[in-house]
Design a protein around this ligand. Structure first.
Ligand code: GLN
Length: 544
């Protein structure tokens, strides 16, 4: 066992009955309540055999969230960062892909020489060691461990065994188990049902884990009789059965938990207390409850059917909503429909006060996006381009303003005559797909007097990236001569990180993904700027 400087406490969050109950949000909410004075570090354990979700289709797995250190992780880390205010690290995410890769490496190196390498103790020990390693390295007061999947899933059994053994190793008073279940209200009967919770807790107990707290997801607060029943059958205190009531806004969950005394339960079990500081959140949530007028922002993409693919963008807009007190309607625009002639840009953008062209890969829908960009540029509609959105804005500008007919990105048209967006030199020849993009936080220098500088109020920014292509440096002079402002660049001045158009009310794009660092208390500057410009555009429109 790894020696620690202090006795880190561990809160283990498991889920039962069905998936999709919001285990990540529940874990992040508990963490949030404890994090005002304590150092809370989240860990997430995923059962899949991929190293990370970087190579997974966003339609299947939702948004790939990128960390400062370049780690590609899933959306839950977005919740952790936003709820805990921490900068997460790749090693806080375990996947069975990573675990087995390390076991294999150790075995080949001879670390287990003479031994039969087994799930128990070797694999489970390796997992447990990761908990202690992270606790020590981060000098954590609390590590919140979210066990992926639903109790009973084959692929998560080794994690469940590891968190069971954790209690013995870290000490009973240092480990707390929280189990998230589901209380359905079947139509017809119309009453809350506790049986799935009982059965799920039984599955947990078969694996040697007795929960200390049960959070029951339900569309209403739990009836006292159901709460009592769950307490009796599952052997927990009645006040340790928490209603995980459905909400329209996940940011309310910490408040709902707090009202039911969850921080107090942590105190009772782990002897650690940190009074939650919820004042600012409460004010911002109050704003969200009392939104004034509405504006509409369009998001143009090809994964628009699955909102999870753009989770952080939606979050960033919500943060702006809380600060401007405006309701932001999102209009999803499937640009393939424009490209295939089923819709005109004008029709698609009807009622829209601002447009986002987000990140993306491949060529489908890109001509439609270019048409949208041309339209917003010519019609002074506020625009924010993100990653692919920047690249396409440059393609559009090159075609329309630099007389480079047929200009394109080589990702879309490898044979283009004018490759204004091209693969980065360091990406050439890379064949392996996993973890090989330009990933993570990079420094950009902003030019004074530009919109980017004004929005960030700084000349140095660090935003996160995930791309292989860039604006081709050979075309910088031509683009600039024709009026495009490269307002931010990498330190060596080669990579265009921010572009904008001076005479437009709000036309800005970045090679980075600023949505990933947006917080409820501090919205991402480019999104905040877009929201304010869209409010302006809207009020001018209504005044007309
Ligand atoms: N496909 C583009 C690239 O790889 C843009 C990536 C993105 O939008 N995240 O550079």
């Amino acid at each position: 066992m790894i020696k620690r400087d202090k006795e880190t406490k561990f809160i283990v969050v498991t889920g039962g009955v069905i998936s999709g109950l919001g285990k990540g949000i529940a874990a992040a909410s508990i963490g949030h309540l404890l994090s005002s004075r304590l150092k809370v570090i989240p860990m997430k354990l995923d059962g899949y055999l991929n190293t990370d979700p970087g190579t997974m289709n966003p339609i299947e797995h939702g948004e790939v969230f990128v960390l400062d250190d370049g780690g590609e992780v899933d959306m839950d880390f977005g919740h952790y960062e936003r709820f805990l205010g921490v900068t997460c690290k790749f090693e806080w995410n375990l996947t069975m892909g990573k675990v087995f890769a390390e076991i294999r490496e150790k075995e080949r190196r001879g670390d287990y020489l003479g031994k039969t390498v087994q799930y128990i103790p070797h694999v489970v020990d390796l997992i447990k060691n990761k908990f202690f390693e992270v606790a020590k390295k981060e000098n954590a007061d609390i590590v919140v461990i979210e066990v992926g999947g639903t109790i009973g899933d084959i692929e998560n059994e080794l994690y469940v065994e590891a968190v069971r053994q954790l209690k013995k190793e870290a000490g009973e008073k240092n480990v707390m188990y929280v189990h998230l279940t589901y209380v359905p209200v079947p139509s017809g009967v119309n009453e809350q049902k506790s049986k799935p919770t009982q059965q799920s807790v039984n599955l947990l107990r078969q694996r040697g884990i007795q929960p200390d707290v049960i959070i029951a997801r339900c569309k209403q607060y739990l009836d006292p009789s159901i709460r009592k029943k769950i307490a009796t059958f599952c052997d927990v205190d009645e006040d340790a059965v928490i209603s995980g009531v459905d909400v329209d806004d996940v940011y309310k969950i910490p408040l709902i938990f707090e009202k039911q005394g969850i921080a107090e339960k942590v105190h009772r079990k782990l002897g650690i207390y940190s009074p939650p500081n919820l004042r600012l959140w409460e004010t911002l949530l109050n704003n969200l409850e009392n939104l004034d007028k509405e504006i509409t922002i369009a998001i143009c993409g090809k994964y628009t059917k699955l909102e999870d693919s753009y989770a952080s963008i939606i979050e960033a807009l919500m943060h702006c909503s809380a600060h401007t007190k405006r309701k932001i309607n999102i209009k999803w625009i499937e640009t393939t429909e424009i490209e295939e002639g089923h819709k005109t840009v004008e029709n698609a953008l009807e009622g829209v006060d601002g447009v986002i062209v987000p990140g993306g890969f491949g060529s489908r829908g890109t001509e439609g996006k270019i048409d949208v960009i041309r339209y917003v540029r010519e019609n002074n509609i506020p625009f924010l381009g993100i990653c692919l959105g920047l690249q396409l804005a440059v393609v559009e500008y090159a075609r329309s303003k630099c007389s480079l007919k047929g200009a394109n990105s080589t990702e879309i048209d490898p044979a283009t005559k004018y490759p204004v967006v091209d693969i980065m030199p360091e990406q050439k020849g890379i064949e392996k797909k996993g973890g090989t993009m330009r990933l993570g936080a990079y420094k950009a220098l902003l030019k004074t007097g530009t919109l980017a500088y004004e929005l960030y109020n700084s000349s140095i920014v660090w935003e996160r990236h995930r791309h292989r292509y860039e604006v081709n440096p050979e075309y910088h002079p031509q683009l600039v001569e024709n009026g495009l402002v490269i307002s931010g660049a990498s330190e060596d001045n080669r990579l265009a990180e921010f572009i904008e158009i001076k005479e437009h009310p709000y036309f800005i794009a970045t090679q980075a993904h600023p949505e990933l660092k947006s917080r409820l208390v501090e919205p991402a500057p480019l999104f905040f700027g877009l929201t304010k410009a869209a409010i302006n555009y809207n009020s001018k429109k209504t005044a007309r």
